[in-house]
Design a protein around this ligand. Structure first.
Ligand code: IVH
Length: 685
């Protein structure tokens, strides 16, 4: 074989590993993916032609080919010990550790503080990586500490783990110990892909990591995006200038190309450990991966040796755990909560369990799809997760522990045909995950949201009726539905917080003024799901009167431009709920009114097909009002003048648009002209 091939293969390997390191360890890709693929394919082709070129540390060997029958056993050269867990979950656990260590060493209070290293306790799978002369030759799980399993093939698929140490003269033997884990973003991405493909999702990142490494088929392990951080050593032979401290070792490993976590410190005495503990505890949920605590270690190896071991645990290290974020418990029942938008969220009532630092009795099940996916049933044993301030959720069911005979599947629509808050019908739109209460105007759970929307500037427009007032009106039981707003009197309003006599009078005037509205605004104000401003306008234009809208079926509604089956369904459901119709009736009885066009039903607007441009300030109409009137008549308002413009409406201080209109010979109107046009039917002013 020509020597050139050998050199080329070596160069490619080195280059690919350099990019792997940048990408997987430093999180900073150095070349585009396509370029990386090109290098990788060149090496693959070279090795395929000359199989004798293949080395065990070649990057092409990361994705194992054939399935393994079972993992061979590996006897650890140096036992993989476990670590004592400090039971005291308070920061004082660090004080207890420091006190024990000092006592063992026979130190008195006057002796100086000891140097410690503190780091994260990663939540994954412990692995021993054996490098001989700088090349990864074996990877093994911890097993019982004496004997583990040979998972070399699978570990080769973890791109963050170097297949060769980055050093000219490597130690004869260097065993690196650390944790294989899955980052949360990788976990989410992997699960999203699995779900999209209709395949099973992973329960949590730890199971994702442990499960992948213990997969018999390395091709499966290769698909799961895993990470690795080193935290110690096993057997070491012939390491020139071997560090004398734990922190020095981690620094050295990092230089060799082995991933080491940055979240670590060295410091003196218990105070340094407590500070680290508290800092990490506060940031736990913002770390990109799960941890279950922190680990404290005596930093100097000579002091570690002096301290030695008790049974299988070193005296020089302790794990200080944080409250667990996942626990097992049982589902006592499944109920629903109605949110501000009317969505019915299923909630599992749980046998109380201490998780994430609090006692949890409820966990969200999100929606029907999630219930179906996880197949949660009453009586099931489930894994509950509570991380940070996120509401607790049911992660998965422990299938083996389902009661026999098995309880029925839970179906929201079946268990809750009507809203548990207001008794209105519940429904699920075709394209929505949520099941919703249809009593939008009536339901107590949706009251505040409905009122705020109703009073909005683009809806019925009650100036001054904002969030703080809505809160008070609803909380004091003064307003149950938008119709009640029209029954409020001056005394009641003046009695509210932050309402002096003058503002109460202003609000009352605004309420009165809002009674004169347009059909489009009224329809929009009802807050029908999927009916926005533009749709409300189209509906008003098409039906002309509220009664014909109320009488419309789905097919009639779909005749309106831009109204599809979802919008039509929403409208029919809304007016199909008697509670809503009652509120509408009361609003009209209270004096809310609008001009109706009796025959408006099939008539396109008077300005249909016409494009107008507004420029300058009109004497009485605001820009919004003019636009609204034009659009209500079916016209379009454009931003600039062109040959296609039908009219330019010019007011005071009209500028270049007016000039442009004159230049193009586009008819120019003033406000009076516009109003005349709106009245006449769009022929000529
Ligand atoms: S040191 C002799 N450091 O915790 C001490 N272990 O019981 C050996 N772990 O399964 C362990 N993060 O995989 C150490 N920063 C860390 C660790 C850590 C996680 C795991 C380890 C083992 C268990 C120790």
């Amino acid at each position: 074989m020509p020597a050139g091939f050998l050199a080329r293969a070596a160069a490619l390997r080195q280059e690919i590993e350099r990019h792997n390191y940048a990408y997987y360890v430093l999180d900073a890709p150095t070349i585009p993916d396509a370029e990386y693929d090109r290098l990788f394919r060149e090496l693959q082709a070279l090795e395929a032609e000359h199989p004798e070129l293949v080395t065990p540390d070649s990057p092409t060997q990361r994705v194992g080919g054939k399935a393994l029958d079972a993992f061979p056993k590996v006897r650890h050269a140096v036992a993989m010990l476990s670590i004592r867990t400090e039971t005291d979950t308070e920061a004082s656990g660090a004080t207890a550790f420091d006190a024990r260590v000092r006592k063992e060493l026979g130190l008195s209070e006057s002796d100086p503080a000891l140097e410690y290293a503190a780091e994260l306790k990663f939540d994954g799978l412990a692995i021993n990586l054996r490098y001989e002369n700088g090349v990864l030759v074996q990877a093994a799980t911890r097993g019982d500490g004496e004997t583990g399993e040979d998972v070399t093939q699978n570990i080769r698929t973890v791109h963050a783990i170097p297949l060769r140490l980055n050093v000219k003269s490597p130690p004869a033997v260097l065993e690196v110990r650390g944790e294989v884990f899955m980052r949360r973003d990788a976990f989410e991405r992997y699960n999203a892909g699995q779900r999209a493909a209709g395949k099973p999702a992973l329960v949590n990142p730890r199971n994702g990591a442990a499960g992948s490494i213990r997969q018999l088929d390395p091709a499966i392990a290769a698909q799961r995006p895993l990470s690795f951080y080193a935290y110690g050593l096993g057997e070491v032979q012939g390491w020139a200038h071997a560090p004398a401290t734990h922190s020095g070792t981690l620094d050295a490993l990092e230089k060799l190309g082995v991933p080491v976590c940055d979240e670590r410190i060295t410091g003196h005495g218990a105070a340094a450990l407590i500070a680290f503990h508290d800092d990490i505890a506060a940031r736990r949920d913002r770390l990109p991966f799960d941890i279950d605590g922190v680990v404290y270690k005596v930093n100097r190896y000579d002091v570690q040796r002096e301290l030695g071991f008790v049974t299988r645990e070193p005296r020089w290290a302790v794990a200080h755990k944080f409250p667990a974020q996942e626990q097992l418990t049982t589902v006592l029942g499944i109920e629903v909560q109605v949110g501000r938008t009317g969505a019915l969220t299923p909630v599992a009532r749980l046998s109380p369990v201490f998780v994430g630092g609090v006692t949890v009795t409820n966990a969200t099940l999100h929606n029907q799809d999630e219930i179906d996916r996880k197949d949660v049933r009453v009586g099931d044993t489930v894994i509950v997760r509570r991380a940070g301030d996120v509401i607790p959720e049911v992660v998965a069911v422990v299938a083996e522990r389902r009661p026999r005979p098995s309880p029925p599947r839970f179906d929201i629509l079946h268990s809750y045909p009507v809203c548990p808050v207001c008794g209105s019908h519940v429904a699920r739109l075709d394209d929505e995950a949520a099941v919703r209460c249809t009593g939008g105007l009536y339901c107590a759970a949706q009251r505040k949201q409905a009122l705020l929307h109703f009073a909005g500037r683009r809806a019925i427009d009650i100036e001054g009726l904002g969030e703080k007032l809505v809160d008070q009106l609803v909380d004091r039981g003064l307003v149950h539905s938008p119709a009640d707003v029209y029954g409020l009197d001056l005394d009641t309003l003046a009695g509210l917080e932050r309402m002096a006599g003058k503002s109460a009078a202003n609000l009352l005037a605004a309420i009165e003024a809002s009674k004169a509205t347009t059909l489009a605004r009224f329809i929009f104000a009802l807050g029908i799901r999927n009916v926005g401003e533009a749709t409300a306008r189209d509906l008003a234009l098409y039906f002309g009167s509220l009664d014909s809208l109320l009488a419309a079926g789905e097919a009639d509604l779909m005749a309106v431009s831009d109204v599809g089956p979802i919008v039509a369904q929403s409208i029919v459901q809304f007016f199909g709920e008697p509670h809503n119709v009652e509120v509408v009736k009361r609003l009209r009885a209270a004096g809310v009114h609008w001009p109706e066009t009796a025959g408006g039903k099939r008539v396109a607007g008077r300005l249909a097909g016409k494009t107008l441009v507004l420029t300058g300030t009109l004497p009485t109409l605001t820009r919004d009002a003019a636009k609204e009137r034009i659009e209500a008549a079916g016209g379009k308002v454009a931003g600039s003048v062109s040959k296609k413009t039908d009219y330019v409406v010019a007011g005071e201080e009209a500028g270049s648009k007016l000039a442009k209109a004159q230049e193009l010979g586009v008819p120019i109107l003033d406000e009076t002209g516009l109003l005349a046009l709106l009245d006449s039917g769009g022929e000529s002013p």
